[in-house]
Design a binder for this molecule. Structure first.
Ligand SMILES: Nc1ncnc2c1ncn2[C@@H]1O[C@H](COP(=O)(O)OP(=O)(O)OP(=O)(O)O)[C@@H](O)[C@H]1O
Ligand SMILES: [Mg+2]
Length: 271
């Protein structure tokens, strides 16, 4: 039962030693779970996800992945680093940080080729990923000449091609149209049902329920203020409001002005 993907104990991190981004974070993420991280802009979500992907390391505190404590030097060992990269994949919040090849096709194939995946397997994955994300027409284009949503789809495709056990996604549906959003959510649910750990940060509260066993709420103090099952978190209007996840909505209706918290989620349990 106790089979953690990641454990963090009292983790602190600041950029350049002077811009605090994580201030005392404790987490225990079991393999095979769906985890969501929500919180205001600048609350530390992306920083956390970068740490889970082994891109940065705590200034203070303990970070363990798959039961082993991680130190920066571990990644100097090519075998260790290669194994970790096969196991854990991150879709960056900003696709430009991820896409660097002259064509979309080269970008999508880079990961699996670099990690030594068999050609036949690569072809199989490619066919599947192109179908789900509908990006076949983009293959010969330059990734830098795509729309924001197209870039995001290509970035997601590149990570899916590695087929990692743990898939980390930083705001994967930001800027995507509703149909594409739906496809991404279905894909994440399917991947989780097939045994993968899915860790997503998002501002889209309406997708949280489906992609979470546990939700972590980050505060502007750059630490976790609450964690729990999605229904409990999403019902806590005061918590959501205090963390910029809902806003007070004022609108005119039949000559009267109504002011109420605006949740950005449709709750119609009676339908
Ligand atoms: N490269 C960087 N250099 C210096 N400070 C940074 C850097 N990246 C992030 N920070 C700071 O670290 C803190 C946490 O940022 P982070 O990007 O993790 O927040 P976030 O919750 O992902 O925000 P958003 O919702 O806007 O994506 C912020 O105060 C931010 O200003
Ligand atoms: Mg972010």
């Amino acid at each position: 039962m106790d089979n953690p993907a990641f454990e963090l104990k009292g983790v602190y991190f600041s950029y350049l030693g002077k811009f605090p981004a994580l201030r005392g974070v404790d987490m225990h993420i079991e393999q095979g779970k769906k985890i969501t991280v929500i919180g205001a802009n600048g609350s530390g979500k992306s920083t956390l996800l970068h740490m889970l992907d082994g891109l940065i390391f705590p200034d203070k505190g303990v970070f363990k992945a798959f039961g082993r404590e991680f130190k920066e030097n571990d990644f100097n060992d090519e075998e260790f680093s290669g194994n970790f990269r096969k196991k854990v994949g991150l879709v960056f919040q900003n696709p430009d940080a991820q896409l660097f090849c002259p064509t979309v096709k080269e970008d999508i194939l880079f990961g699996p080729l670099h990690l030594g995946v068999q050609k036949k397997e690569i072809e199989k994955r490619l066919e599947e990923v192109l179908g789900i994300l509908e990006i076949k027409d983009l293959l010969d284009r330059s990734p830098h000449q795509l729309s924001v949503g197209e870039k995001r789809k290509v970035a997601i495709a590149s990570s899916l091609m590695i087929n990692p056990d743990v898939l980390i996604l930083d705001e994967p549906t930001a800027g995507l149209d509703p149909l594409t959003t739906r496809r991404i959510i279905d894909l994440l649910i399917q991947a989780n049902e097939a045994g993968k750990t899915i860790i997503t940060s998002t501002h889209d509260l309406h997708i949280v329920e489906e992609i979470s066993d546990i939700v972590y709420v980050f505060s502007q103090e750059k630490k976790i203020v609450k964690s729990g099952q999605p229904d409990v978190i999403l019902e806590d209007t005061a918590l959501l409001q205090a963390n910029n996840l809902v806003h007070i909505h004022s609108h005119g209706h039949k000559g009267k002005t109504h002011i109420h918290p605006h949740l950005h989620i449709e709750h119609h349990p009676e339908h």
